[in-house]
Design a protein around this ligand. Structure first.
Ligand SMILES: NC(=O)c1ccc[n+]([C@@H]2O[C@H](COP(=O)([O-])OP(=O)(O)OC[C@H]3O[C@@H](n4cnc5c(N)ncnc54)[C@H](OP(=O)(O)O)[C@@H]3O)[C@@H](O)[C@H]2O)c1
Length: 243
């Protein structure tokens, strides 16, 4: 199956990490779909990709953060664009530093968990059934080091949400050990930013995008956590499609 026959849904594709993945997938010839709650973010994404790839980019306004919203988005995508063959799940937000837990409300914790964990679940519940029995299909979770430790003071709720997403990815691997589709997690243990905003400890979203696109294209591994700790790891992933 050539890449042009594969439709990759990038959940969070209008975000920092997701937009790098979208760009690389388009450059490899994939059809790519992105759902966002915000049309202006989708317009920005369309402008970010080169003109010659825009025909292969299918954008749709939708909210995958509830079971109903995710199911509606799945039905609309299949009827408007076609069969989804691959999913990359990169939902969340780049940063949260609201302060230590005693200064926070239950409502704020609920909001963080909604975005990082619950939307990862609701979208997976709607889209995994479309992919799981396809030996040529892939489902890839993007996670980060924030789920394992406090990145700095005041980022506790980010750790709670990111830890939930990490654990969910593990649960899916262990509950579905025999699914024919390739089921993987790319854990980026570095900050990710566009090239113009790189700081110490950060990597470009373009490099992360190339690494994830190569994993999706090559389909060499399944039920694997690919930990990217350095740009060398990203380069290996780009070349080999595995670590
Ligand atoms: N940024 C980093 O430094 C970094 C490092 C390592 C790992 N990661 C991981 O990468 C993932 C994405 O991070 P990011 O930095 O790319 O965040 P981001 O720029 O905020 O992008 C996240 C995207 O998720 C989408 N989203 C969230 N809830 C949604 C919903 N209910 N329906 C539809 N779309 C929804 C948002 O779309 P709309 O708002 O457009 O609807 C947004 O475009 C996170 O899981 C994070 O742990 C990030």
């Amino acid at each position: 199956m050539s890449t042009s026959q594969r439709l990759v849904l990038v959940l969070g594709g209008a975000g920092t990490v997701g937009s790098g993945i979208v760009k690389s997938l388009l450059e490899k010839g994939f059809q790519v779909a992105v759902i966002s709650r915000d049309n202006s973010r989708l317009e920005k994404l369309v402008n970010f990709v080169a003109v010659q790839y825009r025909e292969s980019l299918h954008t749709m306004v939708g909210d995958v953060g509830s079971e109903q919203g995710a199911q509606e988005a799945a039905s609309a995508l299949v009827s408007r664009v076609g069969k989804v063959t691959d999913v990359v799940s990169s939902l969340g937000f780049s940063w949260w530093q609201g302060g230590p837990p005693h200064t926070q409300s239950l409502q704020e914790l609920q909001r963080v968990l909604d975005i990082l964990l619950l939307s990862t679940f609701t979208s997976w519940k709607a889209f995994f059934p479309l992919i799981k029995d396809n030996p040529n299909g892939t489902y890839t979770f993007i996670t980060g080091g924030a789920g394992e430790r406090l990145l700095m003071p005041g980022t506790g709720f980010l750790t709670l949400g990111a830890a939930g997403a990490l654990a969910f990815s593990q649960v899916v691997r262990e509950e579905y050990p025999d699914v024919p589709c390739k089921l993987n997690e790319v854990k980026v243990n570095m900050g990710v930013a566009p090239p113009e905003r790189l700081g110490p400890g950060y990597v470009s979203h373009l490099e992360v995008g190339e690494a994830v696109a190569s994993l999706v294209e090559k389909r060499r591994v399944s039920h694997t956590v690919l930990c990217a700790n350095s740009t060398t790891d990203l380069k290996t992933l780009i070349l080999e499609g595995k670590l």
